[in-house]
Structures are given as C-alpha cells and as structure tokens.
Design a protein around this ligand. Structure first.
Ligand SMILES: [Zn+2]
Ligand SMILES: [Zn+2]
Length: 237
C-alpha cells in the first residue's frame, strides 16, 4: 500500500483530470459544431485564464483532454465485444472486480449477468479497446461507477454525516459499502493481503473479506484489511 502522500497526490491528479474533461465538454456544448473555436476558447479562457499554463502546455493539455473526450464517446466495437465475451464464457471467467463466479446462462438483464468494464474508466478517456476491457458482473460494473483506482475513492466519503434518518443511513451504507469494497479490493490488488495467494481465494468462490486492522480507529481505506476467509479476523498484534 502506498503512503498517504502518494495517495493524496494521485487523488488530486485524478480530480484535476476529471475537471479538465468536464470543462472541455461544457465548452463544446456552449459552442456546438466548431471544434477549432472550442479548443481555442478552452485554451484561452480555461487553461490560461484559470491556471496560467503557458502556450506549449495549453496545446499539449487540450490535445490530451479532447482526445479523452472523444474516447469517452466511442462505443465498444461489436467484433471486440463478441470476441471478449466468447472467450470469457468459454473459460468461465470470474468477475474481475469482485472475484466471484459469473453465471453466463442467466438473463442478460439480470444484474448478476456479465458485462464489459473499462479498466481505465471510459469517462476519463479510457479506450474501448481489448486491452482496456475486462469481464465483470453487470452489478459490479455499475457499482464501480468511474473509480479509476483506490486513490480515486475518497475515503472521507465513508464517514461523513451523522444526523440522518435510519432509512437514509441504510441506503447510504449499502451504496458506499459497494464502492468501498471495490476500492479496498483494488488497494489489495484483488488478493488476500496476508497470503497474497489467488489459489486461496479460489477455494472460497473468490470472495474477499474486509476487516478493520485497528478496531479503535475509523472505518477508512487505510484501516481496512482485505483477506481470504482463512485469514479473516486475525488476532490483533
Ligand atoms: Zn462481480
Ligand atoms: Zn489469505
């Protein structure tokens, strides 16, 4: 696990990338149809006006940002989709987010059916190409939303408001638990943090378990340990 400094650095970069792409989309909507004018305005008003980037930096950044914006709109080519799904079915591939089995025979509308997930999120410019796609449950794909990696799931989200009704709190925790689980599993590279043994996980149908390392500390991403069933509830050191 990276240190706090690295985590915050990555987290800030990801926030900036998102802001740049959202703003580029906003300029595009405002000046429809004229890409050159959009890019010029974005560079002048946004990149120069707000950040003071120099000319070369503005050119390079806006190229990257608009390329990402285009990539975020590209659909997965049918051929690529078929190829990946066929091989996933043939190999009975597990969900690459939660690690559990996928039943390839159930109705495609079912949330436990399969889908293709962008490893680097599509909304951040992730390509719809074979190397950037993985098979996951539909459910896990949608619960992941567009989290890029663990530093993108801001741990402060997981313990904010206290004075909610119990209904609000229930649905809040249900949703966040999912994102939290995916983020924590990402942190652990989808293996048990104790034995690092993917075999071990296979025995329990790929399920990963989550526990607090220090029980006196908050429920935050640095205090969560991801393990296989066998290594769950370790005695405290
Ligand atoms: Zn899954
Ligand atoms: Zn283990």
């Amino acid at each position: 696990m990276e240190d706090l400094e690295g985590f915050l650095f990555r987290s800030t970069i990801l926030m900036l990338v998102r802001r740049l792409i959202w703003n580029a989309a906003w300029y595009e909507e405002r000046y429809p149809g004229d890409r050159i004018a959009v890019i010029e305005t974005f560079e002048r008003d946004y990149l120069l006006g707000n950040f003071g980037f120099n000319r070369r930096e503005r050119r390079e950044l806006s190229k990257l940002v608009f390329d990402s914006l285009d990539a975020s709109r590209r659909k997965i080519p049918k051929g690529v989709e078929q190829k990946l799904l066929n091989s996933a079915k043939e190999n009975q591939q597990r969900c690459q987010l939660c690690g559990r089995n996928i039943d390839y025979s159930i109705d495609r509308n079912d949330e436990l059916s399969y889908s293709l997930d962008h490893i680097w999120p599509q909304s951040l410019g992730g390509e719809s190409e074979e190397w950037n796609l993985q098979v996951t449950h539909k459910r896990c794909n949608s619960k992941r939303q567009d989290i890029a990696d663990v530093s993108d799931a801001h741990y402060e989200h997981f313990h904010v408001k206290h004075n909610w009704s119990s209904d609000e709190r229930d649905s809040f925790w249900k949703e966040l638990n999912w994102q939290f689980r995916i983020a924590a599993a990402m942190k652990a590279d989808f293996t048990c943090e104790i034995c690092k043994n993917p075999e071990q996980i296979d025995e329990s149908d790929g399920e990963l378990y989550f526990s607090l390392m220090n029980r006196d500390e908050n429920f935050n991403i640095f205090n969560i340990q991801v393990t296989c069933y066998e290594h769950l509830r370790l005695p405290r050191p």
